[in-house]
Design a protein around this ligand. Sequence first.
Ligand SMILES: [Zn+2]
Length: 381
Amino acid sequence: MRALCWVTAGELAVREVPDPELRNERDVIVRVHRSSTCGGDLPLLAGRDPLLRAGDVLGAEFLGEVVEVGPAVRRHRVGDRVVVGASVACGGCWYCRQGLHSCCDNSSADPASTDPGWGRLDAGCFGRPRAAGGFAGGHAEYVRVPYADVGAFQVPDAVDDDRALFAADAAPTGWLAAELGAVRRGDVVAIWGAGAVGQLTARAAVLRGAARVLVVDRHEERLRMAERHSGAEPLDYRRTDIAAELRDRSGGRGPDVCVVAVGTPPARSAADRFGRTAERPDALREAVHACRKSGVVVVLGGVDGFVDAFPLGAVTDRRLTLRGARGPDLRDVPMLLDRMARDQLRTEHLATHRLPLEHGPQGYALFRDRADGCVRAVFTP
Ligand SMILES: [Zn+2]
C-alpha cells in the first residue's frame, strides 16, 4: 500500500510499504477515507525525535471503513464507518478503567528511552515513533487499529467524513482542556493558539457555558475563524496589550481558566528533547501571569523535556492549579459525535487544504509554515 513516511529531518515521502495485518484478536484493519496533519507531527517532521526511523508512517488523526475484524472484537463489523481516537488505550488497565485513556499504562512501549525525560509516559498514539508505542499512523491506505472496541467509534450517518475526522483528536483534546480547566457557566476562558485544538477548546468552553472566551494568536484568518465558528473574542498579540486586555474583559481579575494550545515550543536540538531545555515558553508564562488568583492553567501538547524560566512563584503565591495533557481521552468521542450530528459542533472548516495523499509532503509544508491560511491539511488516499 501507499503511505506517507518520514524519511529524514525535513523530508517526507509517499512510499510503498507492506499492508498492515491483524496481529492481535482485538485488532481491526481500517481502510482510510481521510487523515489530517496534527501539531504534534511538527517536531517529528523537524527530526527532533531520535527514535524516529526512516519509513515510519505519520498521521494521528484519521477516519475510515472497517475491512477486517479480529475474532475478539465485539463492537465492529466489516463495513462500519469509524473514527479512531488518536490515543491508543487498552481499556483494561487502572487508568483506562477510570476513563483516563490518555494515561493508559499498556499502550506505550518503551519506558527505558522515555522515563529519564518524563517519568512514566502516557498512552501510545498513532503515527508516533517507538516511544509512543510505535503504531503506524493514518496517512496511508490502511491502518491496523489495536484495542478496536476501545478506540474506534461508529460515525452516525448524519455526520460526514469531513466533520467526523476531527473527533479523532482535535475535538476530544479541546473538550479535555475545558474539562481539566473545570470550565463552568459564567467563566472567562482565555486560550493561547487558534489552531484546530485551540479553536475546539474555545468551542468546548462555549458549550460548557463560559460567559466569555478569548483567543490569542497572531494569524488573522485563524482568529476570524475562531470568532465565526466558536463564538470566541479574537485578540491579536501583535496589536494588543494582552495582559491589560484580559484583565479588562474579566472584571479586573484575569481569566478563570487559561489554556495554552500553541503546540510544542522550539527546542535547540534532538538531544534537548531527552533532558534539557525547550526555549521561549512565552505563551505559558503569559498564561500563568494572566490567570486570576486560584484559577486553572491548562497546558496542551507535547512539550519537549524541560522548560526554563518557568514562573513557579506565581503558581504558589497566586494559588494556581497547573494541569496538562498531550492527547485526548476516548470517553468523550461518542458525545462529540452526537453534538456533531446535532450541528452543535462544526469542524469541517478546519480542513483548509484537502489534498490527495500523494501530495502529503506539500501539505505538510503548508501546515508547518501556516502558508496560505493553512490550519489543517487533510489527505485522501
Ligand atoms: Zn489502559
